[in-house]
Design a protein around this ligand. Structure first.
Ligand code: C5P
Length: 220
């Protein structure tokens, strides 16, 4: 009986969108459904890993064996990752974290006014980048959802986020990106190499990414 490729490994996965509240009834968000992150959680468990899934609001049932922490905002997701980080072997940031949040949270519902309105936004923290900066033994895997210049942006993210792998997809391509059950990704690695995967289910894409991660951990 061969051990599973990720047995004894701990995996921390962020998934889904975040919600940045404007007032008690309104928020800013994006089209992420959490499918890729949940598929990674499921496959990582199948490959023997212990999985913590930090999830924004999605309509998916998490894998039974995952330890799930539900969050809403980017700030909550940021706070949720740290207690697990030191013990983690593989970090995978699939979450579509909001880049901006409203500068002011209105504690009462904002009333309509005649004419236009402006909501001032401020930057959220880059969770993966901060995890990458504090990396000791962890393998860091980021995602890059782009609409153009996919390779250039993906390679830039390897550096900026101190990541070991960036999984890039062009979200404008049919069969890739938000909400679909399939994905078409390229895995960019720190050594400069790239692996082009064909159109696969998100489950199969997840398995390929994790198998690659397992072999990178073995090389260390
Ligand atoms: O820089 P960009 O947002 O395109 O990077 C995408 C990667 O960074 C994803 O892995 C995403 O989960 C992560 N990210 C993050 N926190 C942010 C923004 C992005 O963890 N605030």
């Amino acid at each position: 009986n061969q051990p599973l490729p990720l047995s004894g490994k701990k995996c921390l996965i962020t998934a889904g969108p975040t919600r940045e509240a404007i007032d008690p009834v309104r928020f800013l968000t994006n089209h992420s459904t959490g499918k890729m992150g949940y598929a990674l959680a499921e496959e990582a468990i199948k490959l023997g890993a212990e999985v913590t899934l930090i999830s924004g609001p999605v309509n998916l049932a998490p894998p039974a064996k995952a330890h799930v922490v539900q969050v809403e905002s980017a700030a909550e997701m940021y706070d949720a990752v740290w207690p697990f980080y030191d013990d983690t072997d593989i970090v995978i940031g699939t979450a579509a974290v909001a880049d901006y949040k409203p500068k002011v949270y209105h504690t009462h519902k904002m009333k309509k006014q005649p004419g236009d309105n402006v909501i001032e936004l401020e930057r959220t923290k880059d969770i993966l980048q901060e995890l990458g900066m504090k990396k000791t033994h962890q393998l860091i895997i980021g995602f890059a959802a782009e609409t153009n210049a996919v390779e250039e942006y993906a390679r830039g993210k390897l550096e900026k986020k101190n990541a070991d792998m960036i999984v890039a997809n062009n979200v404008t391509t049919a069969g890739a990106g938000f909400g679909t059950d399939t994905n078409i990704v390229t895995i960019f690695k720190r050594d400069g190499s790239a692996i082009n995967l064909p159109m696969l289910t998100k489950a199969e894409t997840a398995k390929r990414i994790l198998t690659e991660a397992a072999s990178m951990l073995q090389k260390d």
